[in-house]
Design a protein around this ligand. Structure first.
Ligand code: ADP
Length: 360
């Protein structure tokens, strides 16, 4: 049985940075986050499943990855968690062939589109092979987003098929007192499924919006997001205040700005939220730095552009690459300014897109 799925990457405006310490294994975040699903950067995954005893073969971007290579780690852990939650999945062997149409592990969230596509492909095979388990666990996008999350947190937001502006609800509060070994199986499952994604405004809600990927560096980053966020939680004394402030104030403001298509407000919030994330990284011990000199040049040029009116905003994840939001009427001007910094060949203009889907 074979299924093929694609899933786009997504770019967060309200960022995910930190897992609930007691539920780290299941990637339950400390804070809700909000992103735009992106139209042209995606993963394509073919999943082949046969009766067997749980072996996994993984091919990433045309290269077979053996079990002892570091790129295998996420996938190996993913299948183990899948087997734990859905025992029926233990009786199969898995052949995964996946390709990203953009740089892997370079801060463009390949793990998001990667596990988005994996979960969607899994939905395709489960429907045929295990209809009961399919009904219980895989039959709608909010449940499916949980299975993407088990692979990579940000993958949760790549699932909803309507795409556009997507919220990933944190589920249980950050100080939920019990861990998975201290509750019944039923409660454990409830907690795991309490954190899911949904589309708030579909991909075609704001057609004038443009999302520009500015590739500053294609090499792989030094501190993986997973290790970085763990360090922040452990050593950043103001982390909790950041979580509370964003959830109680900025999250709603972002949703309102998009609802009203208020670009000026969106620009202000996007910049503030990106700066806030990187401030949290700097407050970590030892400090985490993902941006480089070119990233800062991009920021300077955008701020210059905005001197007369808000024309563009920037956001940075765990990497030096920028993602810039603008409107179609400013696209040419913004691209020309960014080209002066990184060269035209390092710029991809896209827009909000649909979420993950089965293609065969
Ligand atoms: P990124 O910023 O690109 O998400 P991460 O370091 O967070 O970088 O994640 C990269 C890792 O995600 C890779 O090493 C690999 O294990 C996994 N990954 C990337 N692409 C895929 C894919 N298409 N399918 C499954 N896993 C993937």
């Amino acid at each position: 049985m074979k299924a093929k799925a694609i899933a786009p990457t997504n770019i967060a405006i309200v960022k995910y940075w930190g897992k609930n310490p007691l539920w780290e294994k299941y990637h339950i975040p400390c804070k809700s986050s909000v992103s735009f699903t992106v139209s042209d950067l995606y993963t394509e995954t073919v999943l082949e499943v046969e009766r067997g005893s749980g072996s996994v073969e993984f091919e990433l971007n045309g290269k077979k990855i053996s079990k002892d290579e570091k790129e295998f780690e996420y996938v190996g852990k993913y299948i183990a968690k899948l087997n734990e939650l859905v025992p029926e999945t233990k009786n199969y062997d898995y052949y995964i062939k996946t390709k990203n149409n953009f740089p892997t592990a370079a801060g463009f969230a390949s793990s998001a589109s990667g596990f988005g596509a994996m979960a969607r492909a899994l939905q395709g095979v489960m429907k045929e092979l295990e209809p009961k388990a399919y009904e219980k666990y895989f039959s709608d996008d909010s449940k499916l987003s949980v299975f993407a999350r088990l692979g990579s947190g940000s993958a949760t937001r790549s699932i909803p098929e309507k795409g556009g502006l997507v919220i990933w609800h944190r589920g249980i509060p950050m100080d939920y007192p019990f861990g998975p070994d201290e509750v019944s199986n039923e409660t454990k499952e409830k907690v795991i499924f309490s954190s899911y994604a949904e589309s708030l405004f579909p991909h075609d809600y704001w057609p004038e919006l443009r999302i520009i990927y500015v590739s500053v560096k294609k090499s792989e980053k030094k501190v993986k997001s997973r290790a970085g966020m763990k360090m922040t939680l452990k050593t950043n004394p103001i982390y909790r205040y950041w979580v509370e402030y964003e959830e109680s104030t900025l999250l709603k403001e972002v949703i309102n700005a998009v609802r009203k298509k208020d670009f000026g407000k969106l620009v202000e919030l996007t910049i503030k939220l990106s700066n806030g994330l990187h401030a949290m990284m700097l407050y970590t011990m030892p400090r985490i730095v993902y941006m480089n000199d070119t990233s800062h040049q991009v920021i300077e040029r955008i701020l210059e552009l905005n001197e007369s009116e808000p024309k563009a905003s920037y956001t940075f994840d765990a990497g030096p690459n920028a993602v810039v939001f603008t409107l179609d009427k400013y696209e040419e001007e913004v691209v020309s300014v960014l080209s002066e910094v990184v060269g035209k060949q390092n710029i991809v203009v896209t827009k909000p897109g649909k979420g993950s889907r089965l293609v065969e």
